[in-house]
Design a protein around this ligand. Structure first.
Ligand SMILES: [Mg+2]
Length: 229
């Protein structure tokens, strides 16, 4: 298919940065719900709490520290690798190849990256199921960003360094609008994978202003097929 001559202009972009969960695959397939449930299992066992109380504690940690893991490390001295192994031990059977998105990604000129607050083992399994692993130059995970998760500014500085990225020539795609705010401040073009979730409902409160989001879409493949590259 010939590249569109109208549509959003992305001809300046040489680095394409994608969040993983709920961005490269949709939130409604239950995968992230499985991970969340494993997180609650972990907190339940660790703190010896009834499950409903463990869930409340987990959400407190998530809101205060950006990820449940970061909160568990700071307040409960949890071993990150142990936690990551446990919570990502899930059934990916519902996830299959996404040929339309893979084709749209393959057309993007330059380098492509995955930037996740999760872990690279989980990312590798997901990309394998989606048959997209070969499309990405690198996966930046929670270790790459020294366990300081998005939307903390240090996380973005770490990946820009890791990839030798020029922010003004980068585009970032995310389902959590607040995670786009630091990227936009650095000069990246930002694309929000729109969901029904209110922007500031979870996680550290960070105001999202209209100017922080350059583009929004509910369909990543269709969006990528509509841009000028
Ligand atoms: Mg996400």
């Amino acid at each position: 298919m010939e590249n569109p001559r109208t549509g959003p202009d992305f001809r300046h972009v040489q680095s394409w940065i994608f969040d993983l969960d709920n961005t490269l695959y949709r939130a409604d397939n239950g995968i992230f719900a499985q991970i969340e449930s494993r997180m609650t299992d972990y907190v339940t066992a660790l703190l010896q709490l009834p499950r409903d109380q463990a869930r409340i504690r987990q959400k407190e940690l998530y809101r205060a520290y950006g990820t449940t893991l970061n909160g568990l490390m700071r307040e409960h001295d949890v071993d990150a690798e142990d936690y990551l192994r446990f919570v990502h031990d899930i059934d990916l059977g519902v996830l299959g190849p996404d040929a339309e998105l893979a084709a749209a990604l393959a057309k993007l000129p330059g380098r492509r990256f995955v930037f996740t607050n999760g872990c690279r083992g989980h990312a590798a399994r997901i990309l394998d199921r989606l048959q997209m692993a070969h499309l990405f130059d690198d996966v930046w995970d929670i270790r790459t960003i020294n366990f300081t998760p998005k939307p903390h500014g240090d996380a973005y500085a770490s990946v820009v360094r890791a990839g030798g990225i020029e922010p003004a020539e980068a585009a970032m795609f995310e389902d959590l609008a607040r995670n786009l705010v630091p990227a936009r401040a650095m000069g990246m073009t930002t694309i929000w994978l729109k969901t029904d979730a209110p922007w500031g409902k979870h996680g550290p409160l960070l105001d999202v202003a209209p100017g922080d989001i350059d583009h929004e879409t509910e369909d990543l493949a269709a969006f990528l097929n509509s841009i000028r590259i």
